[in-house]
Design a protein around this ligand. Structure first.
Ligand code: HOZ
Length: 427
């Protein structure tokens, strides 16, 4: 496969951008090779600057549930741009998006729109601390909540990909109030609360882990967390930046029927443009300035282009049958990949919830971050390159997720399974 233009582009980008990329895992260093520089996307496909076509399961790391350059999203953004790209003053579009989010997500009565998932989690935790008057927080080993200083302790995604315990540049004092426990272990949460009585402001987690591959919660785990946190006046925050509007219109909290106190969103609600949101019940959200004393602000927050892309995307997702179609396509893909690994005697654990999936190269069932860390990343590297060379683009890390969009056709799934079967035969 031709990649001379990507190679030249990467050599140049490395002169001016650290690692040549604006987000670490894009750099391909853990799968060793040249990152592909993308030129355009259309539906289920992306095209790099050398003219190669790929069936895309990265989906810009989750937002593109409608596929690339969806015509109505593009038309809506174009029309919005012609009216002005930013006002720094309220627009009715922002209320429309916040209202639709409140309508869809059980825990949200009010939401603040921000520019990224990182801003959403950082702000939600500040609100939880302001609301409770407590400092400590509990996070889950392997959950990734963006690059907030004190949330980089035992984080997933790029931090896990690069094998970092945490991040440089974060003073120990900043992370002192972050207590970490394993996923799918409610006892560990109870013990941590018991050891820190009346000191925990919030427990934040991805209800389905999506930054160590895909790790679903055990039956009853989220409800146990709900009960424990409620009993101790601790704010339960679901980071649904990945799962929001992905596994169900109302997110994982609808899928599992467990309602947290606060929710963080991003990705899909921006339809491929930068947006995040955090929200909760009114008695918590009234802590936010100017009503309350918890400060949070942003020049481009509620940006009309991003909000328009989000509203248009949500309108499509609200149509009947959408989530059934996603579930069906993803199930067929995951089942056929499982058959292929079995046929070729490759030890693999296939994880899937809705249209999110990951294949781990391990014979064990993965139930937490430690389990995910046992996966054979060298095998994943071979699998990744084998697929890329056959025109299938998946995350360049075992510790990320794959996404099926509404644009993936049966032919795409067939071609993907055929490519994977060839690669697995050679592993
Ligand atoms: N940490 C992000 C995915 N989990 C990576 C985002 C990106 O590189 O675009």
């Amino acid at each position: 496969m031709e990649n001379t233009k990507s190679l030249a582009a990467w050599q140049k980008s490395q002169q001016f951008i650290p690692g040549g990329v604006n987000s670490p895992v894009r750099n391909f260093s853990k799968v060793e090779g040249t990152p592909r520089f993308m030129e355009r996307g259309e539906g289920s496909k992306v095209y790099d600057i050398d003219g190669n076509e790929y069936i895309d399961y990265l989906a810009s790391w989750g937002p593109l549930i409608l596929g690339h350059a969806h015509p109505s999203v593009v038309a809506a953004i174009t029309a919005a741009a012609s009216r002005g790209t930013s006002f720094g003053a309220p627009t009715t579009l922002e209320t429309e998006l916040a209202a639709e989010i409140a309508n869809a997500v059980p825990s949200i009565e009010q939401a603040r729109l921000v520019n990224s998932g990182t801003e959403a989690t950082m702000s939600a935790i500040r609100v939880a601390r302001g609301y409770t008057g407590r400092n400590k927080i509990i996070k889950i080993d392997g959950c990734y909540h963006g690059h907030v200083d004190y949330l980089l302790a035992k984080a997933g995604s790029g931090v896990a990909t690069f094998g970092l315990a945490d991040s440089g540049g974060v003073p120990e004092d900043f992370a002192r109030n972050t207590l970490t426990v394993p996923f799918n272990n409610a006892d560990a949460v109870s013990k941590t609360i018991a050891a820190n009585p009346d000191e925990i402001a919030c427990l934040i987690l991805e209800p389905i882990m999506g930054n160590m591959g895909i790790i679903p919660p055990h039956d009853g785990y989220l409800q146990e967390l709900r009960d424990i946190t409620a009993a101790h006046g601790i704010v339960l925050i679901f980071d649904e930046v990945i799962t929001g509007f992905r596994v169900a219109y109302g997110g994982a909290q609808t899928y599992y029927n467990v309602t947290p106190d606060m929710t963080c969103l991003g990705k899909i609600i921006g339809g491929g443009l930068p947006v995040g949101a955090y929200g909760g019940k009114r008695d918590i959200m009234r802590c936010v300035a100017p009503e309350g004393d918890v400060y949070q602000a942003g020049t481009l927050s509620g940006n009309p282009l991003a909000v328009t892309a989000g509203i248009t995307t949500l309108k499509h997702l609200a149509e009947p049958g959408v989530y059934e179609q996603l579930e069906h396509r993803a199930t067929v893909l995951a089942d056929r990949l499982a058959e292929a690994t079995k046929k070729h005697g490759v030890d693999a654990w296939h994880s899937r919830v809705g249209s999110m999936l990951m294949l781990y190269f391990t014979p064990e069932t993965v139930t937490d971050a430690d389990g995910a860390r046992t996966a054979d990343t060298e095998r994943y590297r071979h699998y990744f390159w084998g697929l890329l060379e056959r025109g299938v683009y998946i995350a360049p890390s075992q510790f990320e997720a794959g996404f099926v969009s509404l644009c993936h056709s049966e032919e795409d799934i067939d071609n993907t399974v055929n490519a994977a079967t060839q690669v697995l035969a050679q592993l």
